[in-house]
Design a protein around this ligand. Structure first.
Ligand SMILES: C[S@@+](CC[C@H](N)C(=O)[O-])C[C@H]1O[C@@H](n2cnc3c(N)ncnc32)[C@H](O)[C@@H]1O
Length: 243
């Protein structure tokens, strides 16, 4: 039997329609679909009859399968000659283990393709009219993790805009690191929760009060944390939705 192929697909953020045409085509053709928690379940309506669906989990602290097990499943199905859709939230290589899966498949001589997706880092802020840059004013942006598995200190580079993923449960530390990097307490910031989904929310504040406000509004994961003056543009466009 000929070896199959694995498609490592970015499913986009909360709104399922934000997947690429190419990604959706591969979902429709796949024999097996392995998906992560953050993938919109609406996309599973498009799978072909008799396709096998496997939830791989992976949300904060909950892993149905550990990464080596997911790698082995991808290998097993590809060796059976199947077309495998590996669906991941947002973009498959942005704070995601898509690259580990690609490297593993490469080492095993399995054919694969990476299909890009819209990352939450850009789309969640944009969903509330927040641009990450503005010509002539704010020209640098960094996308960072708000949580590190080892004891390494978090990063806060000197960019105009900082976007932290996975920051909800560690927001006190994130804010302290950003303040220590030289940003002022009155710097605007915002949490966008479930960006682009029907239930999306934005909670704004300043570095001085966002910890309190995020607790007051019970911000939960998935959410991105944006720091910088760009937050004010969103307020001008979609101010009625801002908390
Ligand atoms: C493991 S990372 C995966 C990122 C994903 N690969 C991407 O490109 O969006 C998970 C984090 O992404 C962010 N995230 C994912 N989807 C989101 C959404 N719809 N709204 C806000 N944040 C989201 C959250 O910070 C969440 O904790």
């Amino acid at each position: 039997m000929a070896t199959g192929k694995v498609y490592i697909i970015g499913a986009g953020p909360g709104d399922w329609e934000l997947i690429t045409v190419k990604g959706l085509k591969k979902i429709k053709e796949a024999d097996v679909i392995l998906y992560d928690f953050l993938v919109s379940k609406d996309l599973l309506r498009f799978i072909k009859k008799n396709a096998q669906i496997i939830c791989c989990g992976k949300s904060d602290g909950l892993h149905i399968f550990e990464q080596p097990e997911i790698n082995r499943l991808l290998l097993k199905f590809a060796k059976q000659g199947k077309a495998v859709a590996r669906l991941k939230g947002g973009d498959p290589l942005v704070f995601s283990r898509g690259i580990e899966e690609a490297l593993y498949l490469k080492s095993k001589g399995i054919d694969f393709e990476i299909i890009q997706g819209i990352t939450s880092a850009f789309s969640a802020p944009e969903s509330f009219g927040i641009p990450l840059t503005r010509k002539g004013k704010y020209s640098s942006v960094a996308v960072l993790t708000g949580r590190k598995s080892n004891r390494d200190k978090l990063d806060a580079p000197g960019c105009d805009t900082l976007v932290y993923l996975m920051a909800v449960s560690n927001i006190e530390n994130v804010v302290n690191v950003v303040l220590a990097s030289g940003k002022k307490k009155n710097t605007p910031c915002a949490f966008v929760e479930r960006g682009t989904a029907k239930t999306e929310r934005i909670i704004t504040g300043s570095l001085g009060n966002i910890v309190r406000r995020s607790k007051e509004y019970k911000v939960s994961s998935p959410a991105v944390f944006i720091v910088g003056k760009v937050v004010s543009y969103g307020k001008k466009i979609y101010g009625h939705k801002f908390k």
